[in-house]
Design a protein around this ligand. Structure first.
Ligand SMILES: Cc1cc2nc3c(=O)[nH]c(=O)nc-3n(C[C@H](O)[C@H](O)[C@H](O)COP(=O)(O)OP(=O)(O)OC[C@H]3O[C@@H](n4cnc5c(N)ncnc54)[C@H](O)[C@@H]3O)c2cc1C
Length: 550
């Protein structure tokens, strides 16, 4: 189809337009189980290019209803969020400028890789604290659009809480700036006679009219990426109205982000890890409750299988850490004694404490360690920040290693990101494991234990139809179970192709219809990333699962 409009498209953008098989193949996958080949990949040079592209689609939509725009940053989405069979807009090539870093904030473009961004902020002693485990491969546009969270979210919350301003190209083909408004500023916007005024008016009316229902729908968990976060837009008590909270986490379905002002926080000067070794999931819940009063910046876990896999991949782990394999091997001596004494652990839990004052840190560590001793929790206090790095590498890289290294099977994220209230874990976990066992789905488990958020990523042979067939069946069961426990189907990875069809397990029909109205107000012609967040289609998703294990 693209041969009909491609020459015209090439004329409206200054950036690169790519049609080569090599590029189309590269952009037809992300870190999900899906494969969707785009018709064309565009590397926009600037905001004008994005505006022109939206106007171009507007002019062609009647004749070619399937034409659409899907943004892509680092391409590490685990839900198929950045995949499309139409036009993919890739931001990492030209949208990679970082503005002057101010005392507490910075302007950035969506194609900036987090790894480059972090180097710059650290020079000023600052961090953007909601980075995901994929921090070495993801970019800021994707972190904002998925509302990513990570190892420090227990302390600093998720990306949405650190987004101060966004520039977004909307469906009328113009770029607008969004930020938190007070009542007076909101009234001025609502009074405008243009498209921006219409958006403010209609979204405000929708939220105001359904205020109680919307507040009731707010997920009762510490983290959530499912749906549109209508409950965070309008604060009636304070009289504030903030559309950045609607665009954040919307997976590029409401507009294309061209720039953002993000809040940064001061990095504490010293940190130390306490590594705990547990023999069962009951102790995991007990430990979370013991550790939380000590206000850790991170409280993370991974299971026995992940630990065994990372031992198998020790050379890769050493390479990632730029460490010598032999010294890395010997650094596990303390752990080896622990295993001899108490057996191989079922779970490893990382508790990180941070302070500017090293004396204060020591005091807190001693107190925590004493408490763990009293409660007979097997643990080691790392001797230095550096000594704890091997555990962070295992925690951050395990899924990436699974993706790349296990032959004949593929890491299969489809129930990969649920969260429940941590107090429900002792009941929830056995029920979950029963479902997985019944369907022969063998999980590896890593997670943010302190937030009750776990990543289950089974290794499956997706070349077999019988294995692929388990995906909708197990999803249905697991997401129903999450509904029963008032959990979220996705705490941070988002909905995409894989989970949009299951939003009904979390939200009422009424709330789902409000999500559809939001999409209708902002994107009435379905220009932006169709099939994600609303109008999900499991049949379409199943038809686009990769059938090769690579
Ligand atoms: C090994 C591994 C570990 C991971 N760990 C975590 C984790 O700990 N926490 C977590 O939250 N996630 C995690 N993820 C998922 C993913 O890496 C994150 O969600 C990440 O922030 C996505 O960033 P990205 O740049 O790769 O985005 P992409 O995959 O490129 O895009 C993500 C979404 O954002 C949209 N988007 C991108 N740019 C724009 C834009 N300019 N305007 C509008 N929409 C846009 C895309 O359309 C897509 O829907 C992990 C993934 C992997 C592979």
């Amino acid at each position: 189809m693209s041969d009909v409009w491609i020459d015209e498209l090439k004329k409206v953008v200054k950036g690169d337009v790519e049609l080569s098989e090599k590029v189309l193949d590269k952009y037809s996958v992300d870190a999900s189980i899906f494969q969707l080949k785009p018709e064309v990949v565009v590397f926009p040079k600037n905001s004008r290019d994005v505006e022109s592209l939206v106007s171009f689609i507007n002019s062609k939509k009647e004749r070619f209803p399937d034409l659409s725009l899907t943004a892509r940053a680092g391409g590490t989405d685990m839900t198929g969020g950045c995949l499309s069979e139409s036009i993919v807009l890739s931001f990492t090539k030209y949208f990679n400028k970082i503005g002057n870093i101010k005392a507490k904030s910075v302007d950035v473009e969506p194609g900036v890789y987090f790894r480059d961004f972090e180097k710059r902020t650290l020079k000023k002693g600052l961090i953007f604290p909601t980075y995901p485990a994929s921090k070495s491969i993801c970019a800021l546009g994707g972190m904002i659009s998925n509302n990513s969270g990570g190892e420090k979210s227990i302390h600093y919350g998720k990306t949405a809480e650190h987004v101060l301003k966004l520039k977004v190209v909307l469906s009328d083909g113009k770029e607008y700036e969004f930020k938190k408004l007070n009542r007076g500023e909101l009234n001025l916007k609502i009074g405008q006679k243009d498209f921006e005024g219409q958006i403010y008016r209609e979204i405000f009316n929708l939220i105001d009219k359904n205020y109680d229902e919307i507040q009731k729908a707010r997920p009762k968990v510490s983290k959530n990426s499912a749906g549109y976060y209508l409950w965070d837009v309008y604060d009636k008590k304070k009289g504030t109205f903030d559309l950045t909270q609607l665009f954040t986490g919307s997976q590029g379905t409401l507009g294309i982000i061209t720039s953002a002002e993000l809040e940064l926080v001061k990095k504490k000067k010293h940190s130390r890890l306490v590594v705990c070794f547990l023999n069962n999931s009951k102790d995991l819940v007990r430990l979370v409750n013991l550790a939380l009063p000590y206000k850790p910046e991170s409280l993370e876990t991974f299971d026995e299988k992940t630990l065994k896999l990372s031992m198998r991949f020790m050379p890769e782990i050493a390479k990632k850490m730029k460490a010598n394999i032999f010294s890395l091997f010997f650094s596990f001596i303390g752990e080896a004694f622990m295993v001899l004494k108490s057996g191989f652990p079922k779970f490893v839990v990382l508790v990180e404490l941070n302070e500017d004052d090293p004396k204060k840190l020591s005091k807190r560590l001693i107190s925590l360690s004493k408490r763990f001793d009293l409660e007979e929790i097997n643990h080691l206090v790392m001797k230095s920040e550096k000594a704890g790095e091997k555990y962070w590498t295992i925690r951050r890289e395990s899924f990436n290693l699974l993706r790349q290294k296990v032959k004949g099977k593929i890491a299969t994220p489809f129930i990969d990101d649920f969260a429940v209230n941590p107090k429900d874990l002792p009941k929830f976990f056995p029920e979950l494991l029963k479902i997985l066992e019944h369907y022969g789905v063998e999980p590896t488990l890593i997670g943010h234990a302190g937030s009750g958020n776990f990543h289950i990523i089974p290794l499956m042979d997706l070349s077999k139809a019988s294995e692929r067939a388990k995906i909708p069946v197990v999803s249905e069961k697991v997401y129903s179970l999450l509904g029963k426990y008032n959990g979220t189907i996705t705490a941070e990875h988002n909905d995409g192709l894989i989970r949009t069809p299951y939003l009904s397990k979390m939200y009422s029909k009424k709330v789902l219809s409000l999500f559809e109205k939001v999409k209708d107000i902002l994107d009435p012609k379905d220009i932006f990333n169709p099939g994600k967040k609303v109008h999900g289609d499991m049949k379409y998703a199943m038809e686009h699962i990769k059938k090769k294990n690579d």
